[in-house]
Structure formats: C-alpha cells, structure tokens
Design a binder for this molecule. Structure first.
Ligand code: NDP
Length: 481
C-alpha cells in the first residue's frame, strides 16, 4: 500500500508515532494509501526546521524567491497529468475538472505570487518640512497554513505561495481526507531544490496535527480555510497569543435571478454554480432565488438539466458529477435532504444515493438535487450543506430578493442575473457578501480581495491582501535634519 510521508526540513519522514490513517478513494470506497497520523512531535520538528530556514530565506532578494516560486509553478505544470489523476482519485471530482481547473490554478497561484513578490511595495507618508514616514513590510517568521478537502491542491497553494513570496517559512497541513497532491507537491519542491525547511508539510488530522500548528508558540500567523465551526475553534485558540489569523469559512450563497436576465446564460451558469465539484465549492450558489415572472420556466429547465446530469466514474470524460468526498459527508448531505422533506420541501429531482455499475459500485455518489417549497428561514435554507443540493425560492421585488439573500449568518458570495445595470449596482452595494458576481459566476482575477463577511470569515486572501497579511508593517519616522 502506498505510504504518504511528511516533508520536514527537506526530508521525507515517517510520523514520530509510527501510526498511519487510511486514505480512501471515494469513487470506489476502497482504502488506497496511508497517511501519517502526525501529532505535536512532528509539528515541533517542522516548526524547528522552518525556524532554522527563516534567516536565509527571508534575506534572499525578491528575484531569488520569485525564481523558486516560478520553478514550483513550472514543476506543477510538468506533472499536470499525474497530479490531476491523483486529485481525482483522492477527492472524487471529474478528471476533466482536475485537469482543467484544480491543477492549472495551483500552478497559477505560484506564478502569480512569484510576480507579486517582485512588484510588492510599501507606502511612505511625508510630513512636509518636518519628517518622512515610510512603512517596512517584513515577513512574520514561521506561519501555519491549513486547507480543506474540496479543492485540495488549489487552496493549499493559494496560501503557501503568498506566505513564501513574502519571505516567511511555512508549516502546512492539507486535509487528512485529500492529502495526496500535497505529498506530490513536496516531491516537486524537493526536486527544484527549495532550501530545506522553507516549506514543511505535516499530514494528519485536525485535532492532532492541525491544532498543534495553530497553538504552537513559534507559529506567528495562521491562514485557515475550512468550516465555520473549526474556524471558531481556531479563533479561540489563537486569541490569547495575539496571532494574526485569516479565516476563509463556509457559505450559504444566494444566486438571484431576475425576470430580465439572459435566461440561457443564467440557466447554464446556475447548473455549474449548483453542482460543480458535486456542489462542494464554498462559492456554490445553494439558494437559488428566482423572480416570479420566470420562476416556473426556470425551475422546469433546471430540473430537466439536473436529471440529465451524468453521475459516475470521475475518470470518464462524459461524467459531469463524480463522487462526494467521503461516506460520512455523503450521509450528512443525504440527512439534509431528509430534514428538507420534514420541513415541507418538495424534492423535484435527486435526493438519493447512486450506485454506478462496475468499479465505482461502492463509491459515494449522489444525484443532483433540487428542492422547492421551503421558507427562507428554515434550516435547509440557513445551514451549509456543501453538496449537490439547491433550493429554489421565488421572490417578487428587488427588496424581497435583498431581504431573503441577506437573511443569513453567512456572507461569502452572491450572484446576480439581470440586464438592468442600475439594479446590478444598487443590489451589489447592499448585498452583505464579500464577493458579488453579476451575470457570471466564479470568474476569478487573482488580484481581487477574496473572502467573506459574517460567519464566512475574517480577513481577505488574494493579491495585495495576502501579501499584507503575511507581512508585519513597521513605520519608520525620520525627522528632517
Ligand atoms: P474542516 O473545517 O473540517 O477542515 C479544514 C481543515 O482544518 C482540514 O485540514 C482539517 O483537518 C483542519 N482542522 C480540523 N480541525 C482542526 C483544528 N481543531 N485545528 C486545526 N485544524 C483543524 O473543513 P472541511 O475540510 O470539511 O472543508 C469544508 C469546509 O470548508 C466548508 O465549510 C466550506 O465552506 C469551507 N471552505 C471555505 C472556503 C472559503 O474560501 N471561504 C473555500 C473552501 C472550503 P482534517 O481534514 O484532517 O480533519
């Protein structure tokens, strides 16, 4: 059985405990590799290696750091096929998606921040005839990066790249559910000759390895993406240490469709924002708000398309939806459908497990699910489900749509479909979400601030936001002579 190893101080290492966890292929339900069950002792070693590497790494000129990041970006592209197959095996997402989105974007993350490090600048504030202030932005030291299972390498690299670009050294933990591409990344990093200890990858579960990173005295900042309850736990753990923390958490995103939308575009995009990656993207629009003038027409067209979706072996090119990430997660999503039914919801399609024939017969598959007839404030419309399940909510006016959309503890992303540009501006400024897409979804420019309001997080990632997060600003005030 293939064994994943920790990557600490430039070496591949067994966990100190000698214990391993099972790693499942969600498409077949079989264990196919073993993951180190790391604990505080492994994290201590990784932090020590990162501390030892910090003086030299932080002293490099920006072009040198940029060159290392660029080489990692190229290394990812040269291993694209291997990484894509591994991502699909580990996560269950269609291979075409890993090939076209997850792995290319992981490479872009390193390329983008390789460029950013050569362009990053700080401010100066002149006090005329008196003094000049300038801001130094210095690396923090050792930082912790913790990522979830839904976009494994994509989100892992989205944190590591800016942390390294700004001169920090890193101890990172991927989700125990999808560790394989992080392991392959450590091989790439070794191959390109990144100095030992600059990037350390410790595998294991959240309460063990994750918590040991977050609470370590010498980890100066934590960048976390995951569920809101884990985020709350991390916020509590770091508070007494006054560590910098960035939290990208859950969402319950509204997808608001007006009568005057481009119907076909809105429909095509709603299929994606509802079911891409089996609905396991924090940005998926799980509450579909439709204006009453087109409600029935839109509902019927969406259900017709959802019913035609091919669910099955993610390795096949014709598959639209692969497996959910684990049996536990599948059961959680199915349980939510039962809750929706109890709340009076009418399941228009899906709602059940799929057992494809052949090698995937024991995999964790589910049909795309559309539910209507629920009140905006019920559990189904308030709790994050994080699976291929959407609810349809009719609305009359712009005010109604705003009220329903904002009536949520979450505030990650909203999508608007309208041909009225004034309405687009009006709504965008009043929607309580960190990201608003108008007539598009998941169109990403890596320079833009990324993150959510309310229970969807704290702080922003992306572009200068990330570069600022991973640096400490220091003001220097020099009086004129
Ligand atoms: P979790 O919160 O369960 O886990 C996220 C990461 O945190 C994993 O690596 C996990 O390890 C680790 N972890 C768990 N407990 C602790 C702890 N006490 N201390 C430190 N680390 C810990 O989230 P999921 O992996 O289930 O991911 C799904 C969630 O992520 C959804 O809520 C989704 O909305 C959110 N998400 C948010 C995004 C955003 O940008 N806002 C983007 C993508 C997802 P392990 O898995 O090994 O237990």
């Amino acid at each position: 059985m293939k064994k994943i190893l920790n990557f600490i101080g430039g070496d591949f290492r067994e966990p100190v405990s000698g214990n391993y966890l099972d790693n499942f292929n969600p498409s077949t339900g079989e264990v196919y590799s073993l993951i180190p069950d790391s604990d505080k002792r492994d994290v201590d070693l990784a932090v020590k290696a990162a501390q030892d590497a910090f003086p030299e790494w932080s002293a490099l000129v920006n072009e040198e750091r940029s060159s290392f990041l660029r080489q990692i970006s190229e290394g990812i592209l040269s291993s694209l096929e291997d990484l894509a197959v591994s991502e699909t095996t580990d996560n269950g997402k269609p291979l075409w998606l890993s090939r076209s989105v997850d792995i290319p974007r992981s490479s872009s993350n390193f390329r983008f921040f390789a460029d950013a490090t050569t362009q990053f600048a700080s401010e100066s504030h002149e006090m005329r005839d008196t003094a000049i202030n300038y801001t130094l932005r210095q690396p923090l030291g050792v930082v912790g990066c913790i990522s979830p299972w839904n976009l494994p390498l994509y989100l892992f690299t989205w944190k590591i790249a800016p942390a390294l670009a700004t001169g920090n050294t890193v101890v990172a933990k991927p989700s125990e559910v999808t560790p394989m591409t992080a392991y392959l990344l450590s091989k790439i990093v070794k191959e390109i000759g990144l100095p030992p200890g600059v990037l350390n990858i410790v595998h294991g579960n959240g309460p063990g390895a994750g918590e040991a990173i977050v609470t370590h005295d010498d980890v100066k900042a934590v960048s976390f993406t995951g569920g809101t309850s884990t985020g709350q736990r991390i916020a509590k753990a770091v508070a007494p240490h006054f560590k910098k923390v960035s939290l990208e958490l859950g969402g319950k995103n509204p997808n608001i469709i007006f009568n005057d939308c481009n119907f076909n575009e809105a429909l095509k995009s709603t299929m994606k924002s509802s079911f891409a990656n089996q609905g396991q993207i924090c940005l998926c629009g799980s509450r579909v708000l439709i204006q009453t003038g087109i409600y029935e027409q839109f509902r019927d067209a969406l259900v017709e398309r959802a019913e035609k979706t091919r669910v099955g072996d993610p390795m096949l090119p014709e598959t639209s939806m692969g497996a959910l990430v684990s049996e536990d997660h599948l059961n959680k999503v199915l349980e939510h459908v039962k809750i929706a039914e109890k709340e009076g919801g009418n399941v228009l399609c899906g709602g059940d497990r799929v057992k494809p024939a052949g090698r995937c017969k024991n995999g964790f598959f589910m049909r795309p699910t559309v539910i209507e007839g629920l009140s905006p404030e019920c559990r189904t419309n308030q709790e994050e489900i994080f699976g291929p399940v959407v609810t349809l909510i009719p609305f009359e006016t712009e005010e109604d749509a705003l009220q329903i959309a904002n009536e949520s503890n979450y505030g990650l992303a909203a999508t608007l479909w309208t041909s009225d540009v004034s309405r687009a501006h009006r709504m965008s400024s009043r929607l309580q979400f960190g990201i608003v897409w108008v007539n598009c979804w998941l169109l990403r420019d890596l320079r833009t601030p990324f993150g959510g309001m309310k229970n969807s997080g704290l702080g922003r990632e992306g572009g200068w936001e990330a570069m600022r997060f991973f640096t400490e600003p220091k003001n220097v005030c020099i009086k004129w002579g």
